[in-house]
Design a protein around this ligand. Structure first.
Ligand code: PLZ
Length: 444
């Protein structure tokens, strides 16, 4: 394994992207893979290291998406790769519900310590973000005996039946996939660019909606992403989250922070809630936790987590030994390589470069985000009318030049950046040069 040649951290284009081998693989795939699963950039990947992905044609691409905020410690980090390999040789599976193992317990200890809140906590492990969210709802309903769940405009929480119901956007997530789970209520989010409200005003609006339409006493939980991810990297106005946290506490409503995209150093804190000192009752994590191994967690107040009867939570693979070993190695890398500081530094570069582009190109209405979770919202100049076509065109022009970027947003008009937190300034700036050139060529 260690005999592999290191991948130089540089962009190298040897063919068009996608190249001929990728194109051939793509035809093969189209014959056998469900058309319901699509790929943004159909360049087939052979290897990756750090912030570079190498495709089957030998193109080295700069990854500014980290596989949607997952490869935070970089691709194939040697410590993580070694932990995975060693665990694979020890054992791959027992099912924690059948016979347990220490690494699961260690991950629970780490999560209970790292997540906000000094109270006694407990953790349960799962396979995917959606599963962690589903279990958060199960725990909140079980512990409170109430059924209503409050979610927000633009929210994204997953693709399973319950989490589709929790997710806001119809296309592509929900269209014709219903009927959906009941007792889910959507209220307005704070979206400073589009509603112009302060955090307090936006919180008041949301609370009024809950009080009028549901009644606080029926609400089991309020579920919120501290910075909305798929919905458009929407950072609520300051004070919005603290006001909701306070109100939910007054009404014994479980406050659940979905930190699946924002967690694990992504925003320059272990968890994005910490930027405003918000302490959730329950917190869901996944993605960055295990550098790409499927692992998700639900962590929170012990009295809630332990209210559930024995055997009420679980699953065959949840907290798989290889995945938890990868998580322990990843958390150690985050600590030893000071990835919170790196995320803040990356955020400064992204902000100044994107602000520069906003000055030059009238199509950027706002640059926002925190740390290494930054975005530019694209509009038709001098209006707030979303320009989804431009976002799509920029992503595709960057892809063709070997830079992987992502779009998001309720209106599909947000260009987002989620680079691996170990990316060098040089490589990040080179990626952003390509983004800037894409804007220049498309706007002309
Ligand atoms: N909660 C906040 O960001 C996953 C989804 C990509 P899973 N986001 C990427 C797509 O189109 O499927 C996500 C998230 C937040 C929950 C989830 C769901 O996590 O691991 O994809 O189930």
């Amino acid at each position: 394994m260690s005999e592999r040649t290191p991948i130089k951290q540089e962009r190298v284009l040897v063919t068009e992207i996608p190249g001929p081998k990728s194109q051939a693989l793509h035809s093969r795939r189209e014959a056998v893979v469900s058309a319901g699963v699509s790929s943004g950039l159909p360049s087939y990947i052979e290897r990756g290291q750090g912030a570079i992905l190498v495709d089957v044609d030998g193109n080295q691409m700069i990854d500014l998406g980290s596989g949607i905020a997952v490869a935070s410690v970089g691709h194939a980090h040697p410590n993580v790769a070694q932990a995975i390999a060693e665990q694979a040789y020890d054992f791959n599976h027992t099912c924690f519900m059948v016979t347990p193992y220490e690494e699961y317990v260690e991950v629970a200890e780490a999560l209970n310590e790292l997540t906000p809140g000094t109270f006694k906590k407990a953790t349960a492990l799962f396979n995917s973000g959606a599963e962690a969210v589903e279990n958060a709802v199960k725990v909140a309903r079980h512990a409170t005996g109430r059924s209503a769940i409050v979610v927000f405009d633009n929210a994204y929480h997953g693709r399973t039946n319950l989490t589709m119901a929790l997710t806001a956007k119809n296309m592509p997530y929900k269209d014709k996939f219903g009927p959906f789970a009941p007792e889910i209520y959507r209220v307005p989010m704070s979206y400073p660019l589009r509603d112009g409200l302060t955090g307090d005003e936006a919180a008041k609006r949301a609370i009024e909606s809950i009080t009028t339409h549901i009644g606080a006493e029926h609400v089991a939980a309020m579920l919120i992403e501290p910075i909305q991810g798929e919905g458009g990297f929407i950072v609520p106005a300051p004070g919005f989250l603290p006001a909701l946290r306070e109100w939910t506490a007054e009404h014994d409503i479980v406050f659940i922070a979905d930190e699946i995209q924002t967690g694990f150093c992504r925003t320059g804190q272990w968890f994005a809630c910490e930027h405003e000192g918000v302490v959730p009752d329950l917190i869901t994590t996944a993605k960055g936790i295990a550098a790409g191994m499927p692992l998700a967690a639900l962590t929170g107040r012990a009295e809630l987590m332990n209210a559930v009867h024995a055997g009420g939570l679980g699953g065959t693979y949840g907290g798989n030994p290889v995945a938890v070993s990868a998580a322990l190695a990843s958390i150690e890398v985050m600590r030893s390589e000071h990835l919170n500081d790196r995320a803040l530094h990356i955020g400064e570069i992204l902000t100044s470069r994107l602000e520069g582009m906003a000055e030059e190109f009238g199509c950027i209405a706002q640059v926002r985000g925190r740390g290494a979770m930054m975005a530019a919202e694209l509009v038709h100049p001098s209006t707030l009318e979303p320009d989804a076509d431009l976002a799509k065109a920029v992503v595709s022009a960057c892809g063709a030049q070997g830079v992987i970027t992502l779009s998001c947003g309720t209106f599909g008009n947000v260009l987002r950046f989620l680079p691996p937190l170990i990316i060098s300034d040089e490589l990040l700036n080179e990626g952003l040069d390509v983004v800037e050139a894409a804007f220049r060529s498309l706007i002309a």
